[in-house]
Write a protein that binds this ligand. Structure first.
Ligand SMILES: Nc1ncnc2c1ncn2[C@@H]1O[C@H](COP(=O)(O)OP(=O)(O)OP(=O)(O)O)[C@@H](O)[C@H]1O
Length: 253
């Protein structure tokens, strides 16, 4: 049992002008867990994960990867984490193979190791045929997959994935799920934000629900959902279900 969490948020806070996007979130993510972060649109998931991975400086609070403060020791912390960020531009004038190679070399790996891992990743993610295509010409799902390959190439201990399944076809999604499950079985930790309750319920052992920048509940998936499904529990916690039929002009019957 590891006493030090793989990832820990301590009072993370971020404001954009008048808007408080994240309002003091604290959470400890145990080593070896697959942790889902769920919440409605605009809840603060991306902002929290960006602060936790060194992409966005918190206004207050700390993020620690294996006990290392991300903002005080960024190099040491970032060596331990692979990040799939939502909406961050890739160097998309490179081919898929060049992008993985570039990312691997940048992380300090030798050329031979990078070449081997690049082949493994392209095969694993079904991108071999697209290896020489420019990333700018990839579909949305292929772009997600190549970004995931880049997050994995330095063999991190922690993976932080913001919406990894968005736009990914079901076969690729199942392959990615297998890869992530293998990663966790091998002692790694996965933190994943998703809108799919079904996926979180199936894939994750822990889940945190955030809304309006606050943590509503966190724990094992079974603890959080209780007797109901995660989706029902989510709607119950977050509210906002309106049961509207829509405006009359949308009704043609
Ligand atoms: N750079 C920014 N400038 C201004 N406001 C921002 C910025 N980034 C996020 N916000 C605001 O912060 C809040 C939280 O946004 P965030 O992207 O973290 O939510 P989210 O939970 O990831 O949402 P979604 O599920 O829709 O991706 C939103 O109200 C958003 O409008």
């Amino acid at each position: 049992m590891h006493a030090t969490p793989a990832l820990e948020f301590r009072g993370l806070m971020k404001r954009f002008g008048d808007k408080t996007a994240v309002e003091g979130i604290s959470l400890a993510i145990p080593v070896g867990s697959c942790y889902g972060i769920v919440g409605p649109n605009g809840a603060g998931k991306t902002t929290t994960l960006s602060m936790a991975t060194g992409l966005l400086r918190p206004d207050a609070g700390h993020a620690l990867i294996a006990g290392i403060d991300v903002w005080q020791q960024p190099t040491a912390a970032k060596e331990l984490v692979g990040v799939l960020a939502d909406g961050v531009k890739l160097f998309d004038r490179l081919t898929g193979e060049q992008l993985i190679t570039y990312t691997g070399l940048l992380s300090g790996l030798g050329a031979e190791i990078v070449a081997q891992r690049c082949t493994d990743l392209l095969t694993m993610l079904d991108l071999v045929e697209a290896r020489n295509t420019l990333v700018v010409d990839y579909s949305a799902g292929m772009t997600k997959k190549i970004a995931l390959a880049c997050a994995l190439v330095h063999a991190p201990r922690l993976l932080v994935l913001d919406e990894p399944f968005e736009a990914v076809d079901p076969v690729s999604a199942a392959n990615i799920r297998d890869i992530l499950e293998g990663f966790v079985r091998g002692g790694g930790t996965v933190v994943v934000s998703s809108h799919s309750m079904d996926l979180v319920q199936r894939m994750c052992d822990h889940v945190a629900v955030v809304a309006e920048g606050r943590l509503l509940v966190a724990g094992t998936v079974d603890e959080v959902r209780g007797e109901s499904t995660l989706e029902d529990r989510f709607v119950e916690l977050v509210g906002g279900r309106q049961h509207l039929e829509g405006p009359t002009w949308l009704n043609h019957s």
